[in-house]
Ligand binder design. Structure first.
Ligand code: GLA
Length: 759
């Protein structure tokens, strides 16, 4: 890996054995983006990659020695006002009202490793030789504002990380109206745009569309989070690229607030990708001497298809974005009481659920919403982070001790950024909620957002929750956030700084996380936002796992988790087995399918196990045992491959293969069952082609299969196990022959099979 610099041509070449990224200083002093893609040889100059063409209506910004027109140039740091008519990366409003800027090259430096970016989340290195960082200093002479473009290239990943640090070295304040993190330009438009879009309970559905001339992209304006609607990620892939082969460029923003990912194709087919903080509603006043750091964009290049891209994100985010003692530890198998009781619980009921959980092998009991203040429904209590002793007479400390005495760990739900008007906190501090003078205070789920852009609000919430954490035996926190922001205005900011509010809010959230994880390093934090509305890389820096979706239906979860794995590692995907009929869809799926799906995540249960039959409890015990013996492979070691796309057809399939390729676990599932169906082959991936594997799958029929079906299929009592031996190349190219009758015997619709593969 290296950052190479060629003085004569003023060209930087960031390269390792998989990727090349090339920039040069143009004749006007600005930077040109010459190449991004598969690794190419280094050369003294790449200026032949610069495309010069005479066009009518060219706005020429330099005549000698070359003739440059910014509108037809692939720019590294496009700014407003010097003849580029596409969307810029930066707009600086100056005292005289001008927004024109001209950032020219001043100097550069290269150093080993990567500098931390706190208070912002960022990927990191553990030793300086893992990466090299290039900083290029640009200056707008007239205002004195500088922009340092920061690039990190990792040795072992086809990854370039980008961000910008602005500083006002001039003599007058300026306002950043647009301060994006990265701009990358491609010479043609023959790409498809891939995005992860959705809504509550259907987060991160994979959407793909062909690029067209003009603007296309995604954004979030929710304020409090990256949103369930648009994940801060996009990819450009060639039309032929699939899961296993072809070129793809991934862009992932390490940020949890309002974001913009935009692709602009010019009428000359230049494709510009822009990513960063959403400029809508944003501005940042930069006084003399002040600095503003943008969040970073993690760009992954893959010539091995979408799985190739995802595996890079998985490994990088699991080991160099997530932090803390839980980063490398397999996650505890938990039971959460939310769907078991909702608000209707008392200590006795919880202990009964916990006791059964302990009996089947669960390790962590999580008490969800409803334990504090007057929180008996969702209309009141948020903000009062002290225990409701009517429900829990021995308090959280007493309950947590009783749970620990059973041999379980104890976890707690909180929603620290919110307040109900019916709460002691609101009555004491009505001005702490986000509101704008004279405007209606919109609410969602009867709750309001606390103004975390104000440090005194964050301090007060910190003190309340830290006290509870100190006084009780708490091993896990589920940090929820259940509404988007409205009427964004802060009484803590002057009129000329109101545009800073939403970014300051997210910095406040990050700050509270940082303080809590430092004081309580052993606590496992799981982030949550009405399910998966804040499932983003920013959060993973603080909480190594996130509740993936409030939709716990087995079949829907397969889609949601499939999309989530485009970027996020299995260790981050909070997934539970819940009751049937499912509470979101009223759908009945087999227990096995719910478990087989949740196993490709952090794994837990979210139901009252006392209500299951004896044979279901026996299955639950087996599932937990299976997960305990495979969770290191699934969560901390293996490579994950998506095999069958549930958005494209009736089936879903995926596999995790150990890093030494000796073991794997795969899941094959179907939506609807077909009568007298065709032959099915489940083709695996990632195995060693020359290795002989043993394949095992439990195809024991479900208890619900009626007698006459047993007769038709010749099913005998007892266990039915499929066992076979096959080479890796057979399993990958010919596939496992899945007998349609297995699916019928398993219960028909929404059934699934779990394969254990070992050599
Ligand atoms: C959100 C979460 C759920 C649950 C409820 C509690 O919807 O996503 O898992 O914690 O809040 O109110």
């Amino acid at each position: 890996m290296a950052v190479l610099f060629h003085e004569a041509s003023k060209t930087w070449h960031l390269t390792n054995d998989r990727v090349s990224y090339i920039i040069r200083v143009m004749e006007n002093g600005q930077l040109e983006n010459l190449y991004y893609g598969k690794k190419i040889h280094d050369r003294e100059s790449f200026s032949h990659f610069h495309e010069e063409a005479m066009r009518s209506q060219m706005t020429i910004c330099v005549d000698e020695p070359a003739m440059l027109a910014m509108h037809y140039t692939r720019q590294e740091f496009p700014s407003y006002g010097t003849g580029d008519y596409r969307s810029p990366m930066v707009t600086v409003l100056q005292e005289n009202g001008s927004r024109i800027s001209d950032f020219k090259y001043v100097s550069y430096r290269v150093y080993q490793g990567k500098a931390p970016m706190l208070p912002l989340p960022a990927v990191y290195v553990e030793s300086p030789d893992e990466a090299e960082t290039l900083e290029i200093l640009l200056k707008d002479e007239l205002t004195g504002v500088t922009a340092t473009l920061i690039y990190t290239i990792y040795a072992d990943y086809p990854v370039i990380v980008r961000s910008v640090r602005f500083a006002n070295g001039g003599k007058a304040p300026v306002t950043l109206e647009r301060a994006l993190s990265a701009s990358v330009e491609f010479l043609d438009m023959d790409y498809e745009l891939v995005q992860l879009s959705g809504a509550w309970s259907r987060e991160r559905y994979v959407k793909t569309r062909k690029l067209e001339m003009g603007l296309q992209g995604i954004q979030s304006l929710t304020g409090t989070c990256s949103s369930a609607e648009q994940n801060p990620f996009l990819a450009l892939k060639r039309p032929g690229t699939g899961e296993m082969s072809g070129e793809v460029f991934g862009f992932s923003l390490v940020y949890s607030g309002n974001h913009l990912s935009q692709v602009e194709v010019s009428t000359f087919k230049l494709t510009r990708v822009l990513m960063g903080i959403n400029p809508e509603g944003f501005s940042w006043k930069l006084d003399e001497g002040a600095v503003f750091q943008t969040p970073e964009v993690v760009m992954v290049y893959s010539d091995k298809g979408l799985n190739g891209m995802s595996q890079v994100y998985h490994r990088l985010y699991r080991t160099r974005l997530a932090r803390g003692v839980w980063r490398d530890r397999p996650r505890p198998i938990l039971l959460n009481n939310w769907e078991a009781t909702y608000f209707d619980f008392n200590e006795e009921k919880l202990l009964a659920i916990a006791r059964k959980a302990k009996e089947v092998g669960v390790e962590l009991f999580v008490l969800d919403d409803g334990w504090f203040g007057a929180r008996n429904d969702d209309r009141r209590g948020l903000g009062d982070w002290f225990v409701n002793t009517d429900k829990l007479p021995s308090g959280i400390s007493g309950l947590s001790e009783k749970i620990e005495a059973m041999g379980l760990k104890f976890g707690l739900w909180v929603e620290l950024e919110m307040v109900n008007k019916d709460s002691d906190l609101y009555r004491a501090h009505p001005d702490w909620l986000i509101h704008a003078p004279g405007r209606y205070e919109s609410h969602a789920r009867h709750q309001h957002v606390l103004d975390f852009s104000r440090p005194e609000v964050v301090d007060a919430i910190h003190d309340m929750i830290a006290k509870t954490l100190r006084e009780s035996k708490i091993s896990y926190i589920k940090w929820d956030m259940n509404r988007y922001m409205s009427e964004p205005w802060s009484c803590g900011l002057s009129a000329d700084r109101q545009g800073e509010m939403m970014h300051r809010y997210i910095l406040g959230v990050y700050d509270l996380y940082e303080r809590l994880i430092r004081e309580f390093p052993e606590i496992l934090f799981e982030s949550c936002a009405s399910g998966g509305a804040r499932f983003d890389p920013g959060m993973l820096f603080f909480a190594p796992q996130a509740w993936c979706s409030d939709d716990t239906d087995g079949a829907e979860r397969q889609k949601i988790q499939y999309g989530t794995t485009y970027v996020y590692p299995l260790s981050s995907i909070g997934a539970h087995v819940s009751a049937v009929p499912n509470h979101q869809l009223m759908r009945v799926t087999p227990l096995e399918t719910r478990a087989n799906t949740a196993m490709f995540g952090t794994f837990g249960y979210e139901l009252d196990l006392n209500l299951l039959s004896e044979s279901e409890i026996a299955k639950v015990k087996q599932e937990i045992e299976f997960m305990k013996s495979h969770r290191e492979l699934i969560q901390t070691d293996g490579d994950f491959y998506r095999l069958d796309n549930p958005f494209a057809g009736n089936r879903v399939g995926w596999i995790v293969v150990s890093s030494d390729k000796t073991k794997a676990v795969a899941m094959y599932g179907q939506r609807l069952n077909h009568v007298n169906g065709n032959w099915l082959r489940f083709k695996l991936a990632g195995l060693d082609p020359d290795r002989l594997y043993k394949v095992r799958c439990d195809i024991t029929p479900s208890d619900d299969v009626p007698e006459f079906v047993r007769m038709v299929y010749g099913i005998k009592d007892g266990e039915h196990i499929y066992e076979a031996e096959a080479y890796g190349d057979e399993l990958m190219n010919a596939g496992i022959p899945v007998d349609q009758s297995w699916m019928a015997m398993k219960g028909g619709d929404f059934t699934s099979l779990l394969f254990e593969i070992e050599s």
